[in-house]
Write a new protein. Sequence first.
Length: 278
Amino acid sequence: MPKIKLSKNFIRSTCKLALNEDLYPLGDITTNLLNNNSLSKVKLISNQKGIIGGLEFAKETFYLLDKNIKFHIKKKEGSKVTRGSVIAIIEGKIKDILIGERVALNFLSHISGIATKTNKFVKKVGKKTKICCTRKTIPNLRVIQKYAVKLGGGTNHRFNLSDEFLIKDNHLASSKKFEEIVKKAINTKKGRKITVEVDNLKQFKRINGLKFNTVLFDNMSPKNLKVAVRHAKGKYETEASGGVTLKNIKNLASTKVDRISVGELTHSIQALDLKLEI
């Protein structure tokens, strides 16, 4: 998968779109009622423990409103925060800070929420098993969400449909010729990885020995997964998926599978609770 790079141009354009969404067509009609536009110092504070992320998005959001705003970072990107942690101090005109408040907090809480959840999964399995995300992302936010997963200590699955071959159950159901699809991918892979999804040991036996990269064991019980991983070791990278939660991931990791993909890292997000304190 191509390396995710959050360039300054990407961050700036993303923040511009977010501000336009919030301010079109008449701007902040409520904040514009205020007579006071004095210089203020505002604290960005965490209301709960977690992993902080998205600081450059927050900073750029305020800079786009006023280039003279100062954004002093007190907690590094990817660092741990607790309840009451001061993450940043923002200095500038109070109207501009109020206008950008929600957009900045939305970026921060979303990215931090994904990083925090990912880190919980990572700590459950230890260093031997990788935790990776999927393509179950919010449209047009995939780059940001996959960045957040990396921030929390996870790894990224393919970024899009061009990155690697991933032969899944619906591909097989559409063709019925299981081995032929795998062989066709092998013959046309052109340097790309090939992953084949199987639901049971019977399916795996049909393709065991073919020259692909990864076998994805979907919705297997820890007992069956352990047997499957043992048969695949030394020949294929192994991956588990399907119904993975914080409650069962330790049992899945005990099978010595190489990596576990977790859809809820990006499709079921709990935002990290943050606030601006004037």
